[in-house]
Design a protein around this ligand. Structure first.
Ligand SMILES: Nc1nc2c(c(=O)[nH]1)N[C@H]1C(S)=C(S)[C@@H](COP(=O)(O)OP(=O)(O)OC[C@H]3O[C@@H](n4cnc5c(=O)[nH]c(N)nc54)[C@H](O)[C@@H]3O)O[C@H]1N2
Ligand SMILES: Nc1nc2c(c(=O)[nH]1)N[C@H]1C(S)=C(S)[C@@H](COP(=O)(O)OP(=O)(O)OC[C@H]3O[C@@H](n4cnc5c(=O)[nH]c(N)nc54)[C@H](O)[C@@H]3O)O[C@H]1N2
Ligand code: SF4
Ligand SMILES: [Mo]
Length: 762
């Protein structure tokens, strides 16, 4: 039996784990106390990781789909050569606009994403479709306007806050904050601290809260703007903070004062006195912060919600201080800044949609493939994503992906998306390769965890860095040999070997600029071979560590790393990353230093965003979307005890909720003639799926909920649990960011034996 340090790959927290391996099988899985961020914490989902590592849908060899639809095994060389030839031909005939990548990193695997980006560069394509574009890009766009760059990402210091406002998130189940259950219980136990939840469901988190505002779904923009108005009317805003750090308040103030407070609170259907209490509590607390997630991002007015939420902590001066909201630094840049005004901005061909933070929104991809005419997207590589199940409008995705000239899926498992592919390429699992995530999202203490492989790659599967480097070589984009660099990587005195190779690499890339976009693969083949334990894929971390040390040397030193200049400090951080198998702290900041992360030229926060002030005016005429045909609002995608995106495929991993039940209020169930355990149909304007019913008195009447993460066809069988995105439409999305309204899907419900309505609205 052997014991290893690694991380859980099921949510963005990536808690540190200690695992035992016996006879090639995962046996014991525990929280790793030595992980400097999670410090031993885990939730129940991590214990089931053996169901990710080994199951009957794992891929073990490259597969090609034949004309008759069968998949046949092919060699790596044969597969990559054919894919390379077809990609090169496509680029020659139709240019970069004909190609897109999809995915490129899930909750756990981001190392390969850096290598996939190179294929986009080789194709001269700007089309990076990623799941962040169906949840977080509205938020990123607002950050760009307020803080000067879409890479300015906000963190919330829940652990040190006296007053925490959770809006549309359920950290007890979904986490998203460090050691969520411990932190929530800490808040609950301390009578001097206050916890408020704004959510249409009485969630596990709401049950621990001091105040729960059980609002009507889709009305966050009404409630939040009313709260901001109350704040100003009562003079509870921090004038000193606004004067010192913000611009645009004088234009915003009259807009907010004009909000019809009572009417808007009534639309949200929550008690006015309670809202008043929350506003006063938030503004009066020594420190307060706001945490949001999909409840505001997958509902109506997504981007506007992100703006209003940020105004709450900014107008009260809860920024740049302990217990407030802050920005954070990152070692791995997860996304970039897209300048909307640049003349070189590449929009999508059909919708003319701009990227946000370098990301295109999943809601538009089917149209870009089906309706783009001569300029359509013709080839797609999917990596670490299963868009057939997870992106809006499954029907549209099926239709679009079937018309592609080339679809390649790189995954550990035979997924619903893979079944439509021309080539399916087997990736080594996250326990079989060097891996990390870029979810280094904390402030003031931020950590990073490079994980070592625990198992050899299954069958002929390969890590993504190897797959994409071979593909670049087959496309003729990089030479297969770099004799000078490779010699340096081997023969220099060991102590200076890495930096000498890096210096030669930088010199090579500045002399041969056409190779610069392929730095990750070239570093992998050269600098990487200077690293111990086959850690070649981690080579790209050395320049990133040096960049961080240059940007923020004091924070890196405070985290315990040493060096006189950026080079030696970065190198020492890199050595720590390589040798500390339980993860490292890479940045320890002071709260006031948050201003160094603000990217506006005058370091002031811009409060007035004209487009969103216009959106705010428009909601005055917004009406609820329920109708006699579709009288219920479905929240399509709840996080529960046993769902974890589509990472687990074998249904045996779940201890409860095998069907992914439809939750509804007992009175709604009675109205529909339904009891617990009954089967029913849920119908939207887009589709219909079968469900099993569960009663939940914590639901708001008129609102029903289905879990995310079900619907997989394990071993090619029938879907297990709801195929949620057969109900969602790519048209129902935010006008600015195009993030979908998954938590606001009007539906009707009928018993399984009731006749379908005669009217056809589909
Ligand atoms: N167990 C588990 N954990 C996960 C995941 C998983 O699949 N399973 N997935 C991970 C991922 S990718 C993400 S993005 C996060 C998401 O994490 P969360 O966003 O916290 O999780 P959800 O349950 O999707 O939604 C949060 C809440 O939004 C509420 N809500 C619905 N409609 C509205 C509304 O109109 N207004 C407001 N204010 N609230 C509303 C729901 O009732 C729900 O309680 O979870 C991560 N963690
Ligand atoms: N209706 C509705 N739809 C939703 C949501 C919702 O709430 N409601 N939630 C949305 C959200 S927030 C998100 S983040 C997305 C998530 O959806 P996706 O972005 O599609 O990601 P995952 O479900 O995590 O899919 C991970 C895929 O990666 C594969 N994989 C695992 N490890 C590796 C690896 O090492 N290498 C490779 N190449 N592949 C690997 C898995 O087998 C799986 O097929 O779903 C979204 N879809
Ligand atoms: S699912 Fe998330 S919170 Fe639970 S153990 Fe894994 S990383 Fe930690
Ligand atoms: Mo997500």
């Amino acid at each position: 039996m052997t014991s290893h340090a690694t991380a859980c790959i099921l949510c963005s927290r990536n808690c540190g784990l200690t695992v035992e391996v016996h006879d090639g099988q995962l046996t014991g899985i525990r929280g790793d106390e030595r992980n400097p961020i999670s410090q031993g914490y885990v939730c129940q989902k991590a214990a089931r990781l053996a169901y990710y590592q080994q199951h009957r849908d794992r891929l073990t060899e490259p597969l090609r789909r034949e004309a008759d639809g069968r998949f046949v095994p092919v060699s790596w060389d044969e597969a990559l050569k054919d894919i390379a030839t077809r990609l090169n031909r496509l680029k020659a005939n139709h240019g970069g606009k004909s190609f897109a990548t999809v995915g490129g990193g899930g909750q756990g695997n981001h190392l390969g994403g850096a290598f996939l980006g190179q294929i986009r560069a080789a194709m001269k394509s700007r089309y990076n479709y990623n799941s962040l574009g169906q949840e977080k890009t509205g938020d990123f766009w607002v950050n760009g306007r307020m803080f000067g760059s879409q890479t300015c990402h906000t963190a919330e210091d829940v652990e040190h806050s006296d007053f925490v406002l959770f809006i549309g998130c359920n950290p007890f189940q979904a986490h998203g904050i460090r050691n969520a259950r411990d932190v929530l219980r800490g808040l609950q136990r301390d009578s001097a601290r206050t916890m408020v939840v704004i959510d249409p469901r009485r969630t596990e988190t709401a049950k621990l809260a001091d105040i729960h505002l059980q609002l009507r779904p889709g009305t966050d923009a009404f409630l939040l703007s009313a709260m901001l108005s109350m704040l100003l009317r009562e003079g509870l805003h921090s004038q000193a903070f606004l004067r010192a750090h913000c611009v645009g308040f004088e234009m915003l103030e009259p807009v907010l004062l004009n909000i019809p407070v009572e009417e808007y609170v009534a639309r949200a259907d929550v008690p006015l006195e309670l809202v008043q209490k929350v506003v006063r509590g938030f503004a009066g607390a020594r420190s307060a912060c706001v945490r949001v997630d999909l409840g505001t991002q997958h509902t109506r007015n997504t981007t506007l919600n992100a703006y209003l939420e940020k105004l709450l902590f900014l107008l009260t001066g809860n920024f740049g201080k302990k217990g407030g909201n802050n920005l954070h630094d990152s070692l791995i840049p997860l996304f970039s800044h897209t300048d909307e005004k640049t003349p070189r901005l590449v929009r999508s061909q059909f919708h003319q949609m701009m990227p946000i933070a370098g990301i295109m929104p999943p809601a538009i991809l089917p149209d870009e493939i089906l309706l783009g005419g001569e300029d359509r997207i013709r080839a797609v590589i999917v990596d670490s994503a299963n868009p057939l199940l997870t992106w809006p409008d499954t029907g549209a995705y099926e239709e679009a992906f079937r018309t592609l000239e080339l679809l390649v899926v790189v995954d550990v498992a035979m997924t619903e998306t893979a079944r439509l592919a021309h080539y399916v390429l087997p990736a080594a699992s996250q326990l079989e390769k060097w891996e990390f995530t870029g979810f280094n999202l904390d402030f003031p203490k931020n950590g990073f965890h490079l994980r070592k492989p625990i198992f050899p790659p299954m069958g002929a599967s390969l890590p993504e860095p190897e797959i994409y480097t071979r593909l670049l070589e087959a496309m003729g984009k990089i030479p297969e040999r770099f004799p000078v660099l490779s010699r340096l990587a081997r023969y220099e005195p060991e102590a200076s070997r890495k930096l000498a190779t890096l210096a030669a690499l930088v010199a090579l890339l500045s002399a041969r600029k056409h190779l610069a976009p392929f730095a990750a693969s070239i570093a992998y083949r050269t600098l990487g071979t200077a690293l111990p334990e086959d850690a070649a894929a981690a080579g790209l971390l050395l320049p990133l560590a040096i960049q961080l040390a240059r940007r923020n040397p004091n924070a890196v030193r405070r985290a315990g790393h040493q060096g006189n200049n950026a080079l030696t400090l970065g190198a020492s951080l890199f050595e720590a990353i390589l040798s500390e198998h339980s993860g490292v702290v890479f940045s320890m900041m002071e709260y006031e230093e948050v201003w160094s992360l603000v990217k506006t030229s005058d370091k002031r926060i811009q409060l007035y965003i004209p487009e969103l002030v216009e959106e705010l005016a428009k909601i005055a005429t917004q009406r609820p979307a329920e109708s006699p045909d579709y009288p219920y609002i479905l929240a399509a995608g709840e996080r529960r005890s046993y769902n974890a995106n589509q990472i687990y495929r074998d249904p045996a991993w779940r201890k409860v909720d095998p069907h992914g039940a439809l939750r509804l209020h007992p009175r709604d169930a009675a109205r529909l003639g339904l009891s617990a355990g009954d089967s029913a149909w849920v119908t939207s304007k887009r589709g219909e799926i079968p469900v099993v019913v569960e009663l939940d008195a914590g639901m708001r009447e008129g609102v029903v909920s289905l879990p995310h993460g079900y619907g997989a066809r394990f071993q090619g069988g029938e879907p297990i649990g709801p195929e949620l995105n057969r109900l969602t439409s790519r048209d129902d999305c935010d006008p600015l960011s195009r993030t979908p309204y998954h938590k606001y899907v009007p539906v009707r419900i009928r018993r399984w034996d009731a006749p379908a309505a005669a009217t056809a609205h589909e």
